[in-house]
Design a protein around this ligand. Structure first.
Ligand SMILES: Cc1cc2nc3c(=O)[nH]c(=O)nc-3n(C[C@H](O)[C@H](O)[C@H](O)COP(=O)(O)O)c2cc1C
Length: 150
């Protein structure tokens, strides 16, 4: 089965997960910016990871519009996993029956940009500090599901 991992990452946390997943599956991880519908057509499965912006999984609409044969999505945000309602997230992002996973990312103030920092400070009511909650082990469930497909 030919698999490609695509990602949209502003500050690097989603990219980190994409690289980990690709490494485990022995495939490539590519920035969605570099992907065309023609590339997507070459693969049996696309695993897309997007950083979450106001509940929206970035890059999902783009990858979906490229009509992948099979698509699995993961979202990366700063919300603790225990507080995430995956069903609600799937509905808000109009994922239909596309499988969705959620991984904890972090915050990296210098890379977030001034507006990004201000928006997060408005929402959290705290000064945004560097935090990395990424965990390679969190990908185990997704990897297990993919290995079952192979
Ligand atoms: C403007 C803005 C909006 C965000 N909205 C959400 C959100 O709705 N839910 C969430 O869990 N995280 C949210 N985040 C946090 C990012 O998703 C988080 O920092 C993520 O790890 C960034 O991934 P990246 O490093 O791949 O860009 C937001 C961050 C910014 C800057």
């Amino acid at each position: 089965m030919k698999i490609l991992v695509t990602y949209k990452s502003k500050t690097g946390f989603t990219k980190k997960y994409a690289k980990w997943i690709a490494e485990e599956l022995g495939c490539e991880a590519k920035d969605i910016k570099t992907i065309t519908p023609k590339n997507v057509a070459e693969y049996d499965l696309i695993i897309h990871g997007g950083w979450i912006f106001g509940g929206i999984i970035s890059g999902y609409n783009k990858i979906k519009s490229f009509a992948p044969k099979q698509l699995i999505v993961f979202g990366v945000g700063f919300t603790p996993k225990a507080k995430v309602d995956l069903k609600k997230m799937a509905e808000e992002n109009k994922l239909g029956d596309t499988s969705l996973y959620y991984f904890e990312g972090g915050t990296n103030p210098p890379k977030m940009g001034l507006i990004g920092r201000k928006v997060v400070e408005m929402v959290t009511k705290e000064k945004v500090a560097y935090q990395d909650n990424t965990d390679r082990k969190a990908t185990a469930e997704l990897l297990k599901a993919i290995k079952a497909l192979k």
